[in-house]
Design a binder for this molecule. Structure first.
Ligand SMILES: Cc1ncc(COP(=O)(O)O)c(C=O)c1O
Length: 389
């Protein structure tokens, strides 16, 4: 079966077969990990014409092609670049589509390092930066200026999980000539396909669920036909290519991402529902819960939920948050998510300018891993008891 035929197959079939074609490498199931800088040319004319498929390590190898092509199948994109981290997957497309004098609109519930990049580097390069309410929807129109070139979205929002009306925002922003980008790390392309909803560029920290084992950093950026050339040229210009071993690890991770995600989703929803009934928990911020304000949008647009959400403790401050975290035995205290293990972090929301929220206690973000849910719940009960004490 040719690779193209898998586009219409079930998601687990796709994940098992997309990317490399074993027939191209003597039947070996997995592609080679090509460590490369120099590529040789057969003669001077071919070298001058640069017509051969591979020309230099920074411009692609059979290993990077395997992962890029797998992501294209999942995203429905015209092309995908691979970069050394999720953060680079945010910064490279912003640099590709913004110039001095342009204006960018960024969702206020954005991943903090994205904001930091905008507030430091983009501003230094002469780009005007504004933040907007994640619940703005079609109201984005009122915020757009004649020089608005990019509208940056992330849904659900980092740490507080606000759901954006992506189709409405994309429609309005594109009607006014802006490129729409989305950090889609939370859902992965399995649970949301941004390009199908009008987004031009889909961004992933493949560090999370695609890699899945807390040991690899990688980013992917997928573009539609209209944006692909410019994105690819910027990638080449920046020399920001991913390392072959990391690319291989992510391709390996993709093969099991579907089954891992199903378990993350099941465990996280089970734990989130249980937390809703626990003393000491004021709110559970999980888009898959009927009680969550953005639930309708999630249900309309997404086909699943991953394993990360937040809880709001019913009172207290840093002391209670630290007591909660320090009592946990299974949960690790660490940044990042998408690995097989549970993690917790006390969330900082002091950078928000619009979506400040009204939380009655500390917000704790939980990444629910693949452990048994009853052990996860017992651990969280320990944390809640410590916070109450
Ligand atoms: C939503 C989101 N985007 C991007 C990133 C950046 O990924 P990386 O850690 O690979 O730089 C993260 C990391 O936590 C994230 O949560």
């Amino acid at each position: 079966m040719s690779k193209g035929d898998y586009a219409n197959k079930g998601i687990h079939t796709r994940l098992a077969h997309i990317g490399n074609d074993p027939r191209e490498f003597f039947g070996f199931v997995n592609p080679p990990v090509v460590h490369a800088s120099t590529v040789l040319f057969p003669d001077a004319a071919t070298m001058a014409a640069r017509t051969q498929k591979y020309t230099y390590g920074t411009r692609g190898t059979p290993t990077t092609d395997a992962l890029s092509s797998a992501i294209d199948t999942l995203e429905g994109s015209a092309g995908t670049i691979l970069v050394p981290s999720g953060l680079a997957a945010v910064t490279i497309p912003l640099l590709a589509f913004l110039s001095a004098g342009d204006h960018v609109l960024i969702v206020d519930s954005v991943y903090h390092p994205t904001r930091n990049f905008a507030d430091t580097m983009l501003k230094r390069l002469g780009v005007e930066v504004d933040y907007y309410d994640p619940l703005v929807g079609a109201g984005i129109t009122a915020l757009m200026k004649p020089n608005t070139k990019v509208v940056f979205t992330e849904s659900p929002g980092s740490n507080t999980f606000e759901m954006q009306d992506i189709p409405a925002i994309a429609r309005e922003a594109k009607a006014r000539g802006a490129v729409v980008m989305m950090d889609n790390t939370w859902a992965t392309p399995l649970y949301f396909r941004p390009l199908d909803h009008g987004v031009d560029i889909s961004i992933h920290a493949a560090t999370k669920y695609p890699a899945g084992h807390s040991d690899v950093l990688l980013g992917t950026v997928s573009a539609n036909e209209a944006c692909w050339k410019r994105l690819q040229e910027t990638h080449f210009t920046m020399g920001c290519c991913a390392a072959p071993d990391d690319v291989y690890q992510v391709l390996r991770g993709l093969r099991t991402m579907g089954v891992r995600l199903e378990r993350h989703e099941e465990n996280a929803l089970d734990v989130a529902r249980w937390l809703e009934g626990q003393q000491g928990v004021a709110r559970v911020l999980h888009p898959g819960l009927e009680s969550f304000p953005g639930h309708d949008i999630w249900k309309r647009d997404f086909s699943g939920a991953s394993g990360i959400f937040s809880i709001v403790l019913s009172g207290g401050g840093e002391r209670e948050a630290h007591a909660f975290l320090d009592a946990l035995e299974i949960f690790g205290l660490g940044y990042s998510w998408g690995g097989y293990e549970s993690l917790a972090v006390h969330v900082f929301l002091g950078d928000r300018t619009v979506a400040k929220g009204d939380y009655q206690g500390p917000v704790i973000r939980l990444q629910i891993g693949l452990e048994n849910p009853e052990d996860i719940k017992a651990d969280l009960a320990r944390g809640l008891a410590a916070a109450a004490g």
